[in-house]
Design a protein around this ligand. Structure first.
Ligand SMILES: O=C(O)CCC(=O)C(=O)O
Ligand SMILES: [Fe+2]
Length: 452
């Protein structure tokens, strides 16, 4: 079912190369991806926030663009449940064995793991429950409850150029050496690998090979900050899974070494969602908007408090919703619409809140402009307000540039980044402040200097 799901998602063009940003440069990832997981959840990697295509979750009304996409998301959710159980058992097995040699990684043979009948599995977990104190249980749960999966797809024959593994001569890489980001500390990662091997791809004769077989996909593993200790290349065949347990992702880096056939993988993770869910950002927006009031007669808007700490908090949230949510989302073009319209409504809501925050910023400005303000108070307001406006200006410039990079412009129309929200002075969009904040910043800077 999972393999069919991969093929169905490819059929519906749901995989996309990400336009990531590394050290100020823009790159298109060689692998194409799609994020599936808990509704409202996001996953950020290489300055790119991916938004989950929600898997069918009780009490959520989710519309999918086709029944096959629904089936695929459902199958991946079931794979997620299965891998969760598999991971808990692997961790428990470790604690019992206390065998440091096999502590870090468990490559599970699929035949072996399917062999255990439900009753066998049950008795295993019962035996182990006696050695677990509740604190351990909680931590075990926190570190294995995968909330999303990032799916990868690549057909090596379609790639003109793949980077060569630089340290150990491991050949072509689909994904370079890295640590997985944005995960709950010491949480596990489970990967299901499906390479579409067929008779046209011949595995090489073992004796003839010096290193790893270039026809076969592998996961590479190396000690972090170390290129002396030899790296490890673990072959992955159709339907294999592997787990990265405990602190393996911190102490080691991994990479994906390309074989010759097209290959999918589903990488299940416990994303650190503390600032990454829709629920969280909606809560933040509501908090910020508490400082906005409207006169019941005139409907005129004003700020409840001009206290520096309050202004600072509101402007921080303003930046967060603009750069971590709205721009991230629209930067990825219309890709999410391929699978579901789930994110459109929340994005419209967030934009509505953000518009109100633009008004709030303009209200702070008009207060500061009033001459009768006590200097000391005005100074304090500006000193916490100005850095956040500068940050906003810097990030707006960065996002405008990101949307106009060569890589961005090379993308097909329906995937092209959208610089949104964007407006010019002559747009009739009723924005209270300009998009370009340069003059506003210069004015404030001038005021501060004057006071000093
Ligand atoms: O495809 C795999 O086996 C792993 C991919 C990976 O490392 C990642 O997506 O972070
Ligand atoms: Fe990874």
């Amino acid at each position: 079912m999972v393999q069919e799901s991969f093929l169905a998602l490819r059929e519906h063009n749901c995989f996309f190369q990400d336009l990531v940003r590394i050290k100020g440069k823009d790159f298109l990832t060689p692998v194409s991806r799609i994020l599936i997981g808990n509704p409202g959840c996001t996953y950020k990697y290489l300055n790119t926030r991916l938004f989950t295509v929600p898997w069918p979750t009780e009490s959520y009304d989710i519309k999918f663009c086709s029944p096959q996409i629904y089936d695929a998301c459902k199958a991946l959710m079931r794979l997620n449940d299965y891998l969760h159980i598999e991971t808990v058992q692997a961790l428990q097995g470790q604690n019992l064995l206390e065998n440091k040699e096999i502590k870090d990684t468990a490559v599970i043979d699929r035949k072996q793991s399917f062999a255990a009948s439900p009753t066998e599995q049950e008795s295993v977990s019962k035996d182990q429950s006696s050695v677990c104190v509740s604190e351990d249980d909680r931590s075990l749960k926190n570190r294995t409850s995968y909330n999303l999966t990032l799916l990868n797809y690549m057909d090596p024959l379609q790639m003109l150029y793949l980077k060569q593994e630089p340290y150990f001569g491991m050949g072509s890489m689909a994904v370079s050496w890295h640590h997985d980001e944005n995960l709950v500390a010491r949480s596990a990662v489970a990967v299901y690998s499906y390479s579409c091997e067929d008779s046209s791809v011949q595995e090489s004769n073992e004796q003839e090979l010096k290193g790893r077989d270039p026809a076969v996909w592998h996961v590479g593993l190396k000690v972090a900050w170390d290129i002396e200790t030899p790296g490890l290349a673990v072959p992955l065949h159709q339907g294999d899974i592997y787990l990265m347990l405990d602190d393996l992702n911190m102490t080691h880096q991994h990479c994906v070494l390309a074989g010759l056939s097209p290959r999918f993988s589903s990488t299940h993770r416990v994303a650190d969602c503390s600032r990454g869910t829709l629920e969280y950002i909606l809560g933040q927006c509501e908090l910020a908007l508490q400082n906005l009031q409207s006169d019941s007669d005139s409907m005129a808007l004003s700020l409840k408090s001009l206290e520096a700490a309050v202004v600072k908090q509101v402007e921080e949230i303003h930046n967060e919703v603009e750069f971590e949510w709205l721009r991230q989302f629209w930067f990825q073009g219309k890709r999410y619409l391929k699978c579901t319209d789930w994110w459109l409504k929340p994005m419209a809501k967030l934009e509505e809140f953000w518009r109100k925050m633009e008004i709030m910023t303009s209200l702070v400005l008009s207060e500061v402009r009033k001459e009768q303000q006590i200097e000391e108070q005005r100074n304090e307001t500006i000193s916490c307000f100005l850095p956040l406006l500068k940050e906003r200006q810097k990030l707006r410039k960065e996002w405008t540039a990101r949307c106009q990079s060569d890589a961005a412009e090379s993308l097909p129309e329906d995937q092209r980044p959208e610089c949104h929200p964007f407006w010019t002075d002559d747009d009739e969009c009723n924005m209270p402040l300009p998009y370009d904040l340069e003059e506003v910043i210069a004015y404030l800077q001038n005021l501060v200097q004057w006071i000093e």
